[in-house]
Design a binder for this molecule. Structure first.
Ligand code: GLU
Length: 277
């Protein structure tokens, strides 16, 4: 009897250890794999045993690799974990920078892109999107001593932003064309601090994290674009779009979505996030 209890305890302990937060790698599912229609996108993911999500690794509040724990933290990372849980599989988080996002979906390198990804008409020609889960807008980050107040003040000046982002396009449309493009926004903020550009410009929701990481910088001006963030899915996987939307709706209904906003976004904005769908 004692051995059986010890054995059972061992199993529970091992299971407990595996169920811990998975960092960049796979975290074990907390529920058994679920059954989905044969041939569906979800059945293929269950057969693989893991849901692979492309997320940012350097964006505080959305997808950020904690340097101490190695854990990927943030709203995007946790959305992946919730979706994996609903499938009954592990969540595997892989880094997807702005310009990799559409290729990663097309080449089946990931199942989902949850990487501060703006849903827009141009991108809809190439990929599908879930419901919008966060409404961001473009802003600017400058050094506190800068005289730049708004995006218009940046015409003729060098500005840092992410390659392959809507931020890059929006700046050009505003006549800000002298751009220093980076794979990650952290590199852009470092360039700002080093004096290689006058401002970093992208989603306000990325900039508020950078302002915290890089003291001596601050956001300025009003938002000059709409950036509705949504989960990217390979074109044609409509069953997966429906599944993801169903999970998002359930998370809205039972408060899980609000809990994630409160955990990851509210500390920066001080405001409740309204669910945008
Ligand atoms: N949300 C915008 C985009 O999808 C800018 C931020 C980013 O590059 O992730 O392009």
């Amino acid at each position: 009897m004692r051995t059986r209890i010890a054995l059972l305890l061992g199993i529970v302990l091992v299971a407990g250890a595996c169920a811990g937060p998975g960092g960049g790698g796979a975290g074990s599912p907390s529920v058994a794999p679920k059954t989905f229609a044969a041939g569906s996108s979800m059945a293929a993911i269950v057969a693989k045993g893991k849901l692979v999500c492309g997320v940012k690794f350097d964006v505080i509040a959305f997808g950020f690799k904690n340097p101490t724990t190695g854990e990927i933290e943030g709203l995007d990372a946790d959305l992946c974990r919730e979706l994996a849980k609903e499938l009954g599989v592990s969540a595997e988080l892989t880094e997807a920078v702005s310009k990799n996002r559409i290729p990663f979906l097309k080449e089946d390198k990931v199942d989902l892109i949850i990487s501060t990804f703006t849903a827009n008409e141009e991108r809809r020609k190439e990929v599908d999107f879930s419901h919008v889960y966060y409404k961001a807008g473009q802003s600017i980050l400058v050094k506190k001593e800068s005289t730049v107040q708004k995006v218009e003040d940046l015409v003729g000046k060098k500005v840092c932003t992410g390659e392959g982002s809507t931020s890059e396009k929006n700046l050009r449309a505003k006549g800000v064309t002298d751009l220093l493009l980076f794979q990650t926004y952290t590199e852009g903020a470092q360039a700002l601090v080093d004096g290689r550009c006058e401002a970093v410009s992208t989603d306000d929701s990325i900039l508020f994290g950078l302002a915290k990481q890089f003291p001596g910088t601050e956001l300025r001006g009003t938002l000059f674009s709409d950036e509705p963030l949504a989960i990217g899915i390979k074109k044609g996987r409509t069953d997966l779009v429906e599944f993801v939307n169903g999970v998002l709706e359930a998370m809205k209904a039972d408060g899980r979505l609000k809990a994630l906003y409160d955990k990851h976004i509210k500390p920066f904005t001080g405001k409740d996030v309204e669910v945008p769908f």
